[in-house]
Ligand binder design. Structure first.
Ligand code: ADE
Length: 231
């Protein structure tokens, strides 16, 4: 999968060199490029923002650097190919495990990281005339910019690409894979600070263990995320 990220803080994306995502890059499963939006700002101060028309607080990202950055991105793709452009923002559709699954099947994703009060609306319109565009929110809270959201989304998406996670079975038994939260897990020692591992897990009875785990998932989901059960 090809991934491009456009940002005014390329260093923010450095963690994508680490751990399983870093390994996937080195193994050639992910072809990730981070681009500095300021390369497309041509004044002395490399300005990417300006005051909002109509007044109001804060600054808005100017359309010209974004237009140029997206032109360059599309221009260095293969003939006729365009990325699916993801613009993280608190006003987007919610990012869920299903979103991650859908995006993990795409050949080319590009992420546009906004800062300040957002990106001039015409950038969205112009991009949407040329490529699929999705505005996606990590949750109902406000971050300072899209970079942290991109780190989270890229991790959630990339780990679903075949070969990125060594043990694919671990993808199956996870929170949100079938609408329930994960059961509690334990490892050695069997007694720690006076606390015992649930006896059933030491029984060797795989049927009973599976049943216990399912019951734990239901209880935990009811306690922490009742909204998932009513769905
Ligand atoms: N940028 C700012 N807030 C955000 C959020 N909640 N999700 C995604 N991107 C954001």
């Amino acid at each position: 999968m090809r991934l491009d990220v456009i940002t005014i803080f390329p260093d923010y994306l450095a963690p994508l060199d680490l751990s399983l995502i870093g390994k996937a890059r080195r193994d050639g499963l992910i072809d990730l490029h981070v681009h500095d939006l300021r390369e497309h700002a041509h004044d002395r101060h490399r300005t990417v923002d300006d005051t909002p028309y109509g007044g109001g607080a804060g600054m808005v990202m100017k359309p010209e650097p974004w237009g140029e950055a997206l032109d360059e991105l599309v221009g260095n793709g293969a003939e006729g190919q365009v990325p699916h452009l993801i613009i993280p923002g608190p006003g987007g559709i919610p990012f869920t495990q299903q979103t991650a699954r859908d995006l993990a099947t795409e050949p080319w994703l590009a992420f546009a990281c906004g800062r300040y009060e957002g990106i001039d609306e015409r950038v969205y319109e112009e991009a949407a005339a040329r490529m699929p565009v999705s505005v996606i929110s990590l949750g109902d809270y406000v971050l300072n910019g899209g970079e942290v959201a991109v780190l989270a989304m890229v991790e959630a998406i990339a780990r679903l690409i075949p070969g990125v996670i060594g043990n694919e079975q671990s993808l199956v038994e996870e929170s949100h894979e079938d609408g329930l939260l994960e059961y509690p897990v334990y490892t050695k020692p069997a007694t720690w600070r006076g606390r015992e591992v649930p006896e059933i897990l030491l029984s060797g009875n795989h049927g009973a263990i599976a049943e216990w785990r399912h019951e734990q998932r239901l209880q935990r989901t009811a306690a922490r995320r009742p909204d998932l059960l009513s769905d």
